[in-house]
Write a protein that binds this ligand. Structure first.
Ligand code: 5GP
Ligand code: ZN
Length: 111
């Protein structure tokens, strides 16, 4: 299921370019266009739904292993996994996405 108006569905289809990190039958991952740190990635279900509560369990189950792989590949020892639901909770794009945000050691700087 996808939504014609959804920016992340367009990214999955390749209609909007992205820096793709991973793709499987149910999951897509790419770099955030406005990264909070180097390697800031978004991991999304291909199933279109605005909130976590809209996504079938079988699709959700495949997300965290991908986030884990990308976190490992980033080389960051410390990182955040964040997922916002609704405007009050700071969600801007209404297609479920998990942020994987590396937190570099301050002594190494942000780059
Ligand atoms: P939210 O606040 O909804 O949790 O985060 C949405 C994220 O999507 C933001 O970090 C934003 O930079 C990212 N984003 C929005 N539009 C695009 C886009 O067209 N391409 C990519 N790669 N990221 C996007
Ligand atoms: Zn979508």
């Amino acid at each position: 299921m996808s939504s014609a108006a959804c920016i992340f569905c367009k990214i999955i289809k390749g209609d909007i370019p992205s820096f793709k990190l991973f793709e499987s039958e149910k999951v897509f991952a790419f770099l955030d266009i406005q990264p909070l740190s180097r390697g800031h990635a978004l991991v999304i279900p291909k199933f279109h739904g605005a909130k976590l509560t809209d996504i079938p369990d079988e699709d959700l189950l495949e997300i965290l292993p991908v986030a884990k792989k990308i976190a490992k590949a980033s080389g960051a020892e410390d990182f955040n996994i964040l997922q916002n639901n609704g405007r009050i909770a700071h969600q801007v794009v209404d297609h479920v996405h998990f942020h994987m945000i590396p937190k570099p050691n301050e002594q190494e700087g942000l780059s």
